[in-house]
Write a protein that binds this ligand. Structure first.
Ligand SMILES: [Zn+2]
Ligand SMILES: [Zn+2]
Length: 166
């Protein structure tokens, strides 16, 4: 029997069905019951495979394993689960990193110079730009002094400068 014969054989179909039942019809990693695959932990010879050798994985986690391992890789259940968990952790870490970096550079301390840069040629500020940096309209006395030294989101400061009057 070769591999393609085996994959279509009643033997494998039956073994897979048993393995799925043992796993309660759920991916052994994420518990999803969508698109289940039977993954061979090892092939031995085709005839000797038992449910111990077959793991129930959803397509996405099965693909993740095989993106790094060939079908002849021999691994235990625990090794497959550990690999998938590791991958998930590093994926989450990658996602979290840019967010925290953004937070640290995204604040700017307002200086006297920023306020001057936002000033119109006539020497004033308009309502839109002041509201962008949280100053009420009409601006109270001393608003400039109270803005200087404050931390503002860089985005707010950018729109303060962008919306200035000519
Ligand atoms: Zn899964
Ligand atoms: Zn597989």
């Amino acid at each position: 029997m070769n591999y393609s014969e085996y994959i279509l054989s009643p033997n494998w179909q039956k073994l897979r069905a048993e393995a799925f039942k043992l796993a309660n019809g759920k991916c052994e990693f994420c518990q999803s019951s969508k698109q289940l695959n039977g993954h061979h932990l090892q092939y031995r010879n085709f005839v000797d495979c038992t449910t111990e050798d077959v793991m129930c994985l959803c397509k996405s986690h099965h693909d993740q394993w095989h993106s790094k391992h060939s079908s002849s890789t021999i691994a235990t259940r625990d090794e497959v689960l550990a690999f998938l968990a590791n991958r998930q952790r590093s994926k989450q870490a990658r996602k979290a990193r840019p967010r925290s970096r953004k937070k640290t550079v995204d604040f700017i301390v307002v200086t006297d110079n920023h306020l001057r840069l936002g000033m119109s040629r006539k020497g004033g500020w308009n309502r839109t730009q002041l509201e962008a940096i949280g100053v009420n309209w009409p601006p109270p006395n001393g608003w400039k002094e109270s803005m200087i030294g404050q931390q503002l989101p860089a985005k707010a400061l950018r729109s303060f400068l962008k919306t200035k009057s000519p």
